[in-house]
Design a protein around this ligand. Sequence first.
Ligand code: 4NP
Length: 147
Amino acid sequence: MVCLGNICRSPLAEGILKSKINGQHVFVDSAGTGAWHSGELPDKRSIAVAKKNGIDLSDQRARLFLVEDFDRFDHIYVMDQSNYKNVCRLAPDEEAMNKVQLILNEIHPDQNREVPDPYYGGDSGFDHVFQMLNEACDIIKQKIENA
Ligand code: 4NP
């Protein structure tokens, strides 16, 4: 799960998917394409909306997306077009590039919709992001179970 800062959207995506596939042999992680917040906890507002929905993000720390992640993961979900460009720029080959997809395409195939960056908005933006990611992660969970 990849966003820009790895403090708002991708920590929520990581926490939500982990909560759904608990106990299955799947490794879920998140990262950011920018390093400004590396080592920090998720944004307080992400922690709060997750907590409200029974999910604990407090063991997460922001980290930068690395080229090695292409080898470590089968699927790389990004939140918006800018993340998509930044991640694809690091892809060593086409196989790596093909692992990268916009997470909302799981709900709305080929529509290239974006998870809006809630960083500069109010709390309602975080609720909206939570709902979108929750719906996408339900589909990802089903795909994992049917794989
Ligand atoms: P995120 O949100 O990409 O969902 O973690 C942001 C967090 C911080 C910044 C931008 C987006 N920032 O510019 O510091």
